[in-house]
Design a protein around this ligand. Structure first.
Ligand code: SF4
Ligand code: SF4
Length: 199
């Protein structure tokens, strides 16, 4: 009886192993039918998704030096350098800076800024040889944001979120190919989107 039990267990394990090998190979064979989706960076670049949080843009003239951005930042990162102007009884902004070598790009500062002088851009290529260069002052932060779709040297490739249903690669897509699902603004305002589609 003991011998028979051992044989049964062995057979069960052999069937189980064959099943797992089959599952693994099915993934391999499935990928053999697909084209490579390698993006030839830096000649090709993926278009970041709508809610991507990249380098922060700053508008000096809008800032009222309230320091809300500092208080809501998890690491109190923004440096707001201001003086009090006794004549007009208002704060005057002198310098503003954020060290993007330390920033975690949570965008809390952008969300809470009362004058909307901060905004997130889709710029993500911030690499430097010296980390001190990542400490952006108000001039560097005021630079017009970089856009993949407006760079004549780059072929923009649609990333996964922009592809039609069932399409895995943004290469060789017909120009009018519609993305799967709705745009974020349509999701945020479902009544407006249904009204516009009825018109
Ligand atoms: S929250 Fe906005 S307005 Fe206030 S100091 Fe920060 S950037 Fe300036
Ligand atoms: S993005 Fe987040 S971590 Fe960076 S400065 Fe703003 S609040 Fe601080």
């Amino acid at each position: 009886m003991k011998f028979l039990k051992q044989i049964t267990n062995y057979a069960k394990e052999a069937v189980q192993s064959a099943k797992y090998i089959g599952q693994g190979l099915s993934v391999t064979f499935d990928h053999m039918r697909r084209r490579p989706i390698t993006v030839q960076y830096p000649y090709e670049k993926l278009i970041p998704s709508e809610r991507f949080r990249g380098r922060i843009h700053f508008e000096f003239d809008k800032c009222i030096a309230c320091e809300v951005c500092v208080r809501v930042c998890p690491i109190n990162l923004p440096v707001v350098d201001w003086v009090f102007n006794k004549e007009i009884k208002k704060k005057e902004l002198k310098h503003y800076s954020i060290d993007f070598g330390v920033c975690i790009f949570c965008a809390n500062c952008v969300e809470y800024c009362p004058t909307n002088c901060l905004s997130v851009t889709e710029e993500y290529e911030l690499a430097t040889y010296d980390r001190h260069e990542l400490n952006y002052d108000n001039v560097a932060m005021g630079r017009i944001p970089y856009k993949v779709t407006q760079d004549p040297m780059v072929t923009p490739i649609r990333e996964f979120a922009y592809l039609p249903a069932g399409v895995m690669s943004g290469h060789d897509l017909p120009a009018g190919a519609q993305r799967a699902g709705e745009h974020p603004e349509a999701i945020a305002n479902p009544t407006e989107s249904s009204e516009s589609s009825e018109n």
